[in-house]
Design a protein. Structure first.
Length: 454
């Protein structure tokens, strides 16, 4: 948690027993104890890490622009002593100066354990030839690209990927940081002997590959700004504020402020702004809510059959529930059509992705007659093969060919409810009474019609 990074007022007043900007300079035991409690709370909320600024008051109503430089050194020394009492490890990120006053931004983490670490998962998405694999290769292997696809080859796993130059599968690559924020991905070093490949790289010639003209770059940046401000961005409406990251100060604000969409202009060949991107990935906090009192939930991605008694589906959770209570055949969700060549009508079928679930589903009903690109609607879908376990609030992706739609599961209909509905319909049919019409025999010799009466 980072508070008051851009405070202008020189006030250092505190309310309701808060801590002012000089509490680390005074080093009073009761104030240090409050500070330690505050840090422990922030570490607990951040699941092992948090960002703090030394030289500002810890009070929602207090404001200050910093403290004198000589006092800042004393405050930093007392801050380090407070971290040792938690215990925690801190690393300085940036020193900010405003006239004769300064502040320091630190990232504080719990000490590493042999069997535990903080895991942040970042999805890398983009269009074809956008440079996703190249960027991952540069970040994870600490090498720059040569402009001909050297970095992306470090992520290839199949022969056809080396031949075509394109990745054909979803990759999971690890970028590790130690407790001080240093990258721990260290590839093996080769010998320093020159070969023909190295000599050709060092010769005085320049090959322009994938160079982006200035006007194209300007137009691309303008389109990105419009996209993140749009209400139709990524399903539920992002309405982000695009910010160009150029220095460490921008990195810190982008990491701790969720309404901001940071934009990094990086070069995989020259290494421009890659250090800022690594620093952002190092300090970006976890954004999730832990429900410790809820039952444990774990998704199994493979299927087995044991003694003809128990069948585990890919989406079946490892929780103590009856099978009939957790199988859903139909669900209700809100979707946004990202792209579709024509129109979507009821009974349209496509592949539905919900977590580990991969199954074709049918759009049973819609509130609108047809859906086109950019439309939102509340739809009811039904799996065509097997029932699945779905939790309301889960994100889903609906795609088939060039058709792409995203949405959220709002409600689910259990299999038992559908079976009961079918039983009720069958019961209604069997309870009908038939009355034969009177009158003469028809001239064609066929038996008279039977009228059903409820």
């Amino acid at each position: 948690m980072l508070c008051f990074l851009d405070s202008d007022d020189d006030e250092a007043n505190v309310k309701d027993g808060g801590l002012d900007a000089l509490f680390l300079v005074r080093n009073k035991p009761e104030e240090i104890e409050k500070y330690v409690i505050h840090l422990r709370k922030m570490l607990l909320e951040g699941e092992g890490e948090t960002v703090v600024e030394i030289g500002v008051p810890i009070e929602q109503g207090g404001k200050a622009s910093g403290i004198p430089t000589k006092d800042l050194e004393t405050a930093v020394a007392n801050h380090v002593k407070a971290l040792a009492s938690i215990p925690a490890i801190g690393t300085k990120i940036e020193t900010r100066t405003n006239g004769d006053k300064s502040t320091e931004v630190w990232i504080v983490r719990d000490p590493p354990l042999s069997d535990d670490f903080i895991e942040v998962r970042v999805a890398v998405v983009g269009n074809v030839d956008a440079g996703k694999s190249t960027l991952l290769g540069v970040l994870t292997h600490s090498v720059l690209d040569d402009g001909r696809g050297l970095a992306r080859t470090k992520l290839f796993r199949h022969k056809h990927e080396f031949e075509s130059g394109r990745t054909s599968s979803v990759g999971n690559d690890i970028l590790g940081f130690d407790v001080h924020g240093n990258v721990v991905n260290k590839p093996d070093k080769h010998n320093n002997n020159l070969d023909w490949v190295q000599i050709s790289r060092d010769c005085s010639k320049v090959t322009k590959i994938d160079m982006c003209p200035p006007q194209i770059l300007q137009e691309t940046m303008k389109n990105i700004g419009r996209l993140v401000k749009s209400e139709d961005f990524v399903g539920a409406g992002a309405r982000k504020l695009p910010v160009m990251v150029r220095n460490t100060n921008d990195v810190i604000h982008a990491a701790v402020n969720f309404p901001i969409c940071p934009i990094f202009q990086v070069s995989n060949v020259e290494g421009t702004n890659l250090d800022l991107l690594r620093q952002f990935l190092n300090i970006v906090p976890l954004r999730r809510t832990l429900c410790e009192n809820d039952p444990a939930h774990f998704q199994v991605r493979s299927s087995i059959f044991l003694a003809k008694l128990i069948q585990f589906l890919r989406s079946f959770p490892c929780i103590l529930l009856q099978i009939d209570d957790v199988y859903w055949v139909e669900g209700v969700g809100t979707i946004l059509i990202l792209h579709h060549p024509t129109t979507i009508k009821p009974n349209y079928q496509a592949m539905l992705h919900i977590g580990s679930i991969r199954q074709t589903a049918t759009l049973v009903s819609m509130t609108k007659e047809v859906l086109r690109t950019g439309d939102r609607d509340r739809v009811t879908f039904r799996f065509i093969r097997l029932p699945e376990y779905i939790r309301p609030g889960t994100r889903m992706v609906f795609r088939e060919g060039r058709t792409k739609a995203v949405g959220t599961v709002v409600n689910v209909i259990p299999q038992s409810s559908l079976a009961q509905q079918r039983a009720n319909k069958l019961k209604d049919k069997t309870n009908r009474t038939f009355i034969k019409r009177g009158g003469p025999k028809p001239p064609n010799g066929k038996p008279s019609k039977v009228e059903a009466k409820e």
